[in-house]
Design a protein around this ligand. Sequence first.
Ligand code: HEC
Ligand code: HEC
Length: 289
Amino acid sequence: MRYFISALGLAGMIGLAHAAPPPAKSVAFAPPPFSAMPGQAFGAEVKLGENIFRHTTVYAKGIIGNDLNCSNCHLDAGRLAGSAPMWGAYPAYPAYRAKNKKVNNFGMRLQGCFAYSENGKVPALDSETIIALEAYSFWLSTGAPTGATLAGRGYPKLATPPKPATYAAGEAVYKANCSICHGADGQGQYAHGQTVFPALWGAKSFNWGAGMGSIKNAAEFVHANMPYGAVGTLSVQQAWDVAQFIDSQDRPQDPRFVGSVAGTRAKFHNNKFSMYGETVNGHLLGASK
Ligand code: HEC
Ligand code: HEC
């Protein structure tokens, strides 16, 4: 597989996890195959990073607070284009992030996914967990230019839905296309203590501060990557509807909670893509724990 790199780096500069506009100038890039993983001490660190990424519930047990592996959202262990691949991210940092209003290096960006997507503790920048994930991502980016925007970074852009997304339409899409794997109750499926199909809401899933909690991110991810094994079968409308449905379910509290749901909504969720602080089916989202 070959990916193309834009010389513009626009999306990287403004810190979005989305592909840049059509590349003006592009060069081919492909991440190395797993068989090319180096040996020695550095190779051991890369391998540890891959293990943490694939089996986060085992290798980062005690750090994370849910049952999600990094690779549940960054598919093919962070290699798949259009699934926020690590080779697309690594060369794009340091970058300014509106989320914490400062320039973040790559390690700080990893810390963000621990805090929100993994609902966990934040490992120190010089911890083995962060260094191993950096080594793995650095290795996946072998040969990629720094500061360029790699096509395939983040999620593909998705058109706005023809009709406003609704919970009811999303529920129907979910029942027909998703519940067989993720469960009627969205709690996922497990075997021998390992996550087989990840939870989409509730205590085992990402918290209210996570990127996937944005209906826009979820719609883009789902349209490009789900249903697993049947990508391309959902219409744009269906992807927005099902994202609306998933992100209207309750999940662990935003760790930035300021003491009230209304206050937390005003400070961190004051946009049309977050359901935090909205009432759905008589339930105030964000009010549980
Ligand atoms: C629940 C799904 C989910 C899980 C689990 C998850 N992430 Fe993410 N991650 C996302 C989303 C969504 C984004 C894009 C967020 C945005 O645009 O705000 C993202 C973005 C990133 C980025 C930046 C990508 C870029 O192009 O700038 C990195 C790096 C990253 N994640 C690493 C990790 C690591 C490492 C783990 C495991 C410790 C992890 N993620 C777990 C959903 C997830
Ligand atoms: C055939 C089984 C299957 C079906 C059907 C399926 N998924 Fe998934 N889904 C998965 C698997 C497996 C993963 C994790 C990918 C991995 O680890 O490689 C996943 C990951 C996800 C994630 C990111 C992880 C998380 O917990 O948030 C979301 C969101 C998601 N799926 C939504 C959907 C939606 C919405 C549908 C229906 C339109 C759907 N899936 C249909 C198997 C499935």
